[in-house]
Write a protein that binds this ligand. Structure first.
Ligand code: BGC
Length: 266
C-alpha cells in the first residue's frame, strides 16, 4: 500500500524521547526513512531505530548537540552518507530549566535559549542548504519541508518559565520570517505548537491525580495529549496534503489556547 511519505527522508532532532520519539515513529509509519538525532540517550535512539528497521522501515540514530554548529554539520553529513539527502526536517530538540525569575541563573537562561532557539536556527539553516544543494526530487511537490517544534507558550505567557516561553515566543517569529524568506524556493516552513503532551518533560504536571486534575482544568477537550497526536500532525504537515500550508503554526493542544479560564467567567 502506498504511504504518504514513501521514498522521503526525515531528520528528527531530539528523537530519543517524548514528542520527538513519537514524531519519528509516526513519520516512519508513514513510509519515511528516518534519521533519529539524540543528545545523550543513545540506547533509546538505537532501540527505536532497530524497531523501525524490524518493521521493514529504514532508520539511523545519530548523536549531536544541536546547539553546536560542527555537530549539526556532521549530523547532516550522516544523513547524506546513509540516505543521500533529507526531505523533511523536524527541529524538535528542546528542554526546560524552570525557576522563579529572580533566581534564574544565566546558565539556565542560556542553556534553554541555545537548545530551543539556536538549535532550531542551526538545524534549519543546514536543512535549507541541503535542500538547495540537492534540488527538486519527484517524491514531493516542495523542495523541502521544515517543521519547527514550538509550544502553546509561543502565545501563552508562563510565569516561572521565562527562558522557555522566550525561546518559544522566539520560534514564532523565527519560523514566520524564515517561511517568508524561503517560500519562493518552494521550501515550506511551519510550526507545531503542542499543548500538554504526556512526556517526561512535564511529568510533574500529570504524574499524580492531583496534578492531573489541575492540568485538565486548562484543557477544554478533557484529556492530556499523547506524542502520537503530535506525530499525526507532523505527518500531515510534512506531506503533500498540506502543500499550500506555509508559515503557519498548527496548535495541537486540546483547546488549551482557548482561554478556558473564561468559559464561565469574565
Ligand atoms: C511544556 C510542558 C507544558 C506544556 C503546556 C509545553 O511546551 O514543555 O511542560 O506542560 O507546554 O503548558
Amino acid at each position: 500500500m502506498e504511504k504518504l511519505l514513501d521514498n522521503q527522508v526525515a531528520l528528527i532532532t531530539g528523537a530519543s524521547s517524548g514528542i520527538g520519539y513519537g514524531v519519528a515513529q509516526a513519520l516512519a509509519q508513514a513510509g519515511a526513512a528516518v534519521v533519529l538525532n539524540y543528545h545523550s540517550n543513545a540506547e533509546a535512539a538505537e532501540k527505536l531505530a532497530e524497531e523501525i528497521e524490524r518493521a521493514g522501515g529504514f532508520a539511523l540514530a545519530v548523536k549531536a548537540d544541536v546547539s553546536d554548529p560542527a555537530q549539526v554539520d556532521s549530523m547532516f553529513d550522516a544523513c547524506r552518507k546513509r540516505f543521500d539527502t533529507v526531505d523533511i526536517v523536524v527541529a524538535n530538540s528542546g528542554l526546560q530549566k524552570d525557576s522563579a525569575f529572580a533566581e534564574m541563573t544565566l546558565e539556565d537562561w542560556q542553556k534553554v535559549l541555545s537548545t530551543n532557539l539556536t538549535g532550531q536556527f542551526l538545524t534549519t539553516q543546514a536543512a535549507v542548504k541541503e535542500f538547495r544543494r540537492r534540488g527538486p526530487r519527484a517524491v514531493s511537490k516542495a523542495l523541502g519541508k521544515i517543521i519547527c517544534m514550538s509550544s502553546v507558550h509561543e502565545v501563552i505567557p508562563w510565569a516561572g518559565h521565562v527562558n522557555y516561553a522566550a525561546s518559544k515566543g522566539g520560534i514564532q517569529m523565527f519560523m514566520k520570517s524564515l517561511a517568508q524568506e524561503v517560500a519562493p524556493e518552494r521550501i515550506r516552513v511551519n510550526s507545531i505548537a503542542p499543548g500538554a503532551i504526556r512526556t517526561p518533560i512535564n511529568k510533574d504536571a500529570w504524574g499524580t491525580q492531583e496534578a492531573l486534575d489541575k492540568l485538565l482544568k486548562l484543557i477544554p477537550y478533557g484529556r492530556v495529549g499523547e506524542a502520537e497526536d503530535i506525530g499525526q500532525a507532523a505527518v500531515w504537515l510534512a506531506s503533500d496534503q498540506s502543500d499550500y500550508v506555509v508559515g503557519t503554526t498548527l496548535f495541537v493542544d486540546g483547546g488549551m489556547t482557548l482561554y478556558p479560564g473564561f468559559a464561565d467567567n469574565g
